[in-house]
Every structure is written in C-alpha cells, then in structure tokens.
Design a binder for this molecule. Structure first.
Ligand code: G3H
Length: 496
C-alpha cells in the first residue's frame, strides 16, 4: 500500500485518491479500478474511477493555474522542479516497491527508474533555464526589398494545458519526461497514468505536491480509458498531448483537434549483424536489448537479422547467455519477470504458436506459468511468421538469417514501425551507410537500441510516432514562438 507517513494523504481506505486543484480527492463515482499484480494475478491496489465532471474540474483548474504559472519567473519554476526531483529521489524505495508490485519490474530496475526520473527532472530544469531564457533578434533588411526598418524579437511561450499519457512500462520515468518539460516551459500539466503503474505515478505526483507547486499546475486523473479516455484527449481545454503507448496513439491522432502531438507508439527494432561483427559484443547486446524487463520496452531488440555465415556462432553465443537469465518474481530481482497482464501473455503465446506451426526452430522449450514466460529464442524465422513483423512485448526473440545486407535493410524498412535499429560491424563506413539506409528515428552502431541518455533526441518514423522527444526537443515542442516586431518610421531622413 505504499509508505505510510509521507504518502498517507494519497490513499483513502484501500483506494488511492486522484489529484485535483492541489488536493488528494475521492471520486464521486464511488467506483474504483483494480490494479492486478502481474505476479500474483490478484488485486494489489485500487485507484479512483473518475467521472467526466471531475475531468472538467481538473481541466478548468489547469487552465486557470497556467496563466499565473506562465508568469512565474523561469528560475522559480526551475527551483521547484529541482525540489521535486530531490523529493522523488529521497522516496525511491516506496515508489520502486509500487513498480515491483504493479508492473513486475525487477527490484533494481525499479529503483533505477526512480533515480533516472529525478535526474531527468533536474536536467530539464537546467536545460529549460538555458533554452527558454534566450530568443532571437532579426533585422528586416536581410530579406529582399526591405529596408532596415523592422526589428523582430522572438521568444518561446507555453502552449497552455498539456495532457500527458505515459505507458505501463515506465509509469514514472515516461511521465516525468512529459511533466518536467511542460512545467518548465510554463504549461500546466494533466497526467492520465496507465492503469498498471497508476499507483507509482500517484506517488511521484505527490513528490511534486510536496515540492509546493501551485494548485492546478499539475493534476492527476485516474479511471477507465473506456469512460474518460476520449473525453480527456478530445477535451477543448487541452492544448497539447504527449502520449507513449501502443496503437491507441493512432486512434487519438485521428480524433483530436488542431493541437501539437508528441507520440511514441512502439517499434520492431531490428538488429543487423554483419560478418565482421564482434560477435561477443553483439550477443551481449542482443540479450540485454531483447530480454531486459522481459522485452517490455519499445526499444527492445525485436528481431535479429544475422548474416548466414556467422549465424550459427552468434546463435550459440546468445543461447549461452539466455541460459543464464534468471526467471521468477520481480522482488527477487530476476531478469525475466511476469509480463504485465494475462492478455499480454496470451498475445505473446499466440505469436510463439504461430511461429511453431510455420516451422521456426525453438532454441529453448516454450514454458509459461501464469503471466511468466521463460526467455525464448526462435531461430530460422521466416517472413510469413507473425513474429517476424509484430511486436511481442515479451521475452521472445526471433532470428532471421540473411544472405546479404540489403536483405536486412529491406526487412527493417518493410516494417510499419520505424523507432530504432542497430548494426554490429567493425567497418564504420558500412555502419554509416546502413544507418543512412535504415528508416528509423535512431540507429545505434555496436550497441542495442535505447532511449537514454534522456537528453538525446528520441523519435520514431512511420507508425512509431510523431515528433521528437528528449529533454530539449520536448521543451521546444511544448512551446510556441511569439514574435514582436518593432516598426521604425520609414527612413525619410538618415541619422548621422
Ligand atoms: O518503452 C519505451 C521506452 O521509451 C524505452 O526506454 O530505451 O530507456 O528502455 P528505454
């Protein structure tokens, strides 16, 4: 139930409250949403099932609060963010415990997520002070036909109310990656956390509350997507949406009005292995990239495309490492933990069975207990298998053997996703050419795909998303340019 004491005010009985107008509240619906522990498959927590009226109240207070928040000096906004970051890191333990219970994140990774989040908030405060503190000055006579009579001053101003919808796999980190840029830029922020992960997110929001943010500047609404999802995303007060998740993002993009969108919607990150690759390095990265947090990362390695001539050696090396992965509960800090829901486990199983039926080579025996799926490497995967194209979001990894590089690039580019990709080779010239040819937002050379460090640009092409993230890009995306033009009198006289 989280840490009694500092977090006591965020819970009523067995149900966590939502955060509106600077206070922790109980929904008038009298209903709650259960959060199922992926390991025990029993209800672990409950959160408020908020109503549309409560969404309206949150939005209205966010709109009012934003006006004065935007006028709060930038250095003061930064100061509050630094304070929230410190409080967040101080409460790493209870928040990490929630992550373990809600989303079965291995204990060490859960603690890392909280610390990384605090660092992200602080970095964002510093970067915001730098990039929002400066503008541009343009002279009119640089454009043909103009005299030196117009001075244009530009600065960045906030968008208004930003709606943040993070995913279950990083309910704290991917929430603050939206919250911190929005707030430093002078926006107010409404958070709709994922159901699995909501309690961790509510704890994180309480750290912002403790830091002393003015009421309405940050709010957090919980509830069923089916009841308040569209209502939130189509709300007229919302001026920007930052969403990370699955293809719900595509549906949101089709429904919303003319507002800026930042979306990250998953990937089928390919790992291309050339003949000259350091195969030990490649194998370590494939296992880390493919199986950390049981493959439930948008940047996980989701298909290995290996040159046939080195495939046997690579598969052997990867198999040795897969055999050493520990499998079990997140509390024991196992490498492979239960996937987030039973329906996810069923989906993964569907992909595995399809591959089996169509003749893939199973390097390990397929094993599942409840939501726990043992790590599985599928060799000799062919183009007609679903797993060659779909994103399992689980600890199963397909290997496709290729006879030339073009085949690998073609497979990568034929995907409807385009998040990240990676290539292993000792030839930097080849690596650069392959990077150029891969239709993905990022290509990693000699390392597995990854979003971090969190200030790096992070973007997906095609169905993987809209816009670019990373601290600087997010701050810029959550602002608009305002110009003021000083018009001097027509030069009927000259000075000097
Ligand atoms: O799941 C999507 C995340 O953005 C991946 O982040 O590369 O740090 O695991 P990560």
């Amino acid at each position: 139930m989280g840490e009694i004491g500092v977090f006591a005010s965020i819970v009523a009985g067995d149900t966590f409250k939502y955060y509106s107008e600077g206070e922790w509240r109980v929904s008038s619906s009298g209903k709650s949403v259960p959060i199922i522990n992926p390991t025990t498959r029993k209800t672990q927590f409950e959160v408020q099932a908020c109503t549309q009226d409560e969404v309206n109240k949150v939005m209205e207070s966010a709109k009012i609060a934003q006006k004065s928040w935007a006028k709060t000096p930038l250095w003061k906004r930064a100061e509050l963010l630094h304070k929230a970051a410190a409080i967040l890191k101080d409460h790493k333990k209870p928040i990490a415990e929630c992550l373990v219970k809600e989303i079965a994140k291995p204990a060490k990774d859960a603690a890392t997520e909280v610390v990384r989040s605090g660092d992200l908030v602080s970095y964002c405060a510093e970067e915001g002070v730098r990039i929002l503190g400066e503008g541009k000055f343009l002279m009119s006579d640089s454009f043909p036909g103009n005299e030196r009579t117009k001075y244009c001053l530009t600065s960045k101003i906030p968008l208004g109310v930003v709606l943040a919808i993070p995913p279950f796999n990083y309910p704290v980190n991917l929430a603050v990656s939206k919250i911190a840029p929005a707030l430093i830029a002078g926006n107010s922020l409404v958070l709709k956390p994922p159901t699995q992960g909501a309690v961790s997110a509510l704890h994180m929001v309480h750290c912002f509350h403790l830091a002393g943010f003015p009421k309405g500047v940050i709010s957090c609404i919980t509830g069923k997507g089916s009841e308040i999802g569209d209502f939130l995303t189509m709300h007229p007060i919302v001026n920007c949406i930052s969403f990370t998740g699955g293809d719900t993002g595509i549906a949101i993009a089709k429904k919303v009005s003319m507002i800026p969108l930042q979306m990250e919607l998953g990937g089928k990150d390919a790992c291309i292995i050339l003949e000259d690759a350091d195969l030990d390095l490649a194998a370590s990265n494939i296992v880390k990239g493919g199986f950390s947090y049981s493959g439930q990362r948008c940047t996980a390695v989701k298909v290995v495309l290996v040159m046939e001539s080195v495939a046997d050696i690579l598969v052997k090396k990867v198999n040795e490492k897969v055999g050493k992965l520990t499998v079990g509960p997140p509390e024991n800090d196992c490498d492979i933990t239960p996937v987030v829901t039973e329906s996810s486990a069923n989906f993964i199983e569907g992909l595995v069975m399809d591959a089996k039926k169509k003749g893939a080579t199973f390097c390990q025996e397929y094993k599942r207990e409840g939501n726990l799926i043992w790590p599985l490497l599928l060799d000799n995967v062919k183009q007609d298998m679903r797993i060659a194209w779909e994103e399992p979001f689980g600890p199963v990894l397909p290997i496709i053997r290729i006879s030339n590089v073009e085949e690998g690039i073609h497979h990568c580019n034929a995907s409807n996703f385009g998040l990240q990709g990676c290539v292993f080779t000792k030839d930097i010239n080849k690596a650069m050419l392959i990077s150029d040819a891969m239709e993905t937002g990022t290509v990693q050379i000699n390392s597995a795909p990854a979003r971090g460090p969190d200030h790096f640009p992070f973007q997906g092409l095609k169905d993987s998303g809209i816009g670019s993230q990373g601290v600087t890009n997010s701050i810029n995306m959550m602002t608009k340019i305002k110009s003021t033009v000083i018009n001097l009198p027509t030069p009927s006289y000259t000075m000097g």
